[in-house]
Design a protein. Structure first.
Length: 187
């Protein structure tokens, strides 16, 4: 009889544990969905260019092949600046908090201030792209998907060399979507 009491007691203890585990799982699922929805909202180009300081970037971007081209395919801000995978995306979104801070502080709120910081901002982006092996570029542009017959002879030659040497896209294509800054003179 003592054994049957223990079975009943341990059986009742398992049910609340299972319910708690299910509630935790459900809360995690809802949190993950809410975070992904937030990421999707903040990845929209309209959101990116809503900051005054991004108007310079946007005007430059509108003059590139990533904005308007013969095929009508458009790469938006997030396509180039936000990773697709969750953990790198999360890290990028956390790092983007500094952009909000600088927007609020007016660090680059005039064309003159923007130009003062352009070199360092561009280099931070380029360093990030090199560190990720141009991951965001390669989500659309991949050597294995390129058709050398549709490229100029020079592009075919340079892409083959870049592939052999393990170069990043940004090594040759810095300034493809925004005006490439000139390196400031050192004293």
């Amino acid at each position: 009889m003592a054994d049957s009491i223990q079975i009943v007691e341990s059986g009742t203890r398992k049910r609340p544990s299972l319910i708690i585990i299910l509630l935790i799982f459900l809360a995690g699922f809802v949190s993950f969905g809410a975070m992904n929805s937030f990421f999707a909202y903040t990845n929209r180009m309209e959101f990116c260019i809503s900051c005054h300081s991004m108007q310079t970037n946007f005007e430059e971007y509108k003059e590139t092949i990533h904005y308007r081209n013969r095929s009508g395919v458009q790469a938006t801000c997030a396509d180039c600046h936000v990773p697709k995978e969750f953990l790198p995306k999360l890290a990028a979104k956390i790092m983007a908090a500094k952009d909000v801070y600088h927007e609020l502080m007016g660090t680059v709120d005039t064309p003159e201030k923007y130009e003062q910081h352009r070199w360092s901002m561009a280099n931070r982006v380029w360093d990030k792209m090199r560190a990720s092996n141009s991951r965001e570029c390669r989500s659309c542009h991949d050597f294995t998907n390129m058709d050398p017959d549709l490229q100029s002879k020079m592009a075919t030659r340079k892409h083959a060399k870049a592939q052999e040497e393990g170069q990043n896209c940004i090594d040759c294509h810095a300034g493809i979507a925004h005006e490439e800054p000139t390196e400031p003179e050192t004293e």
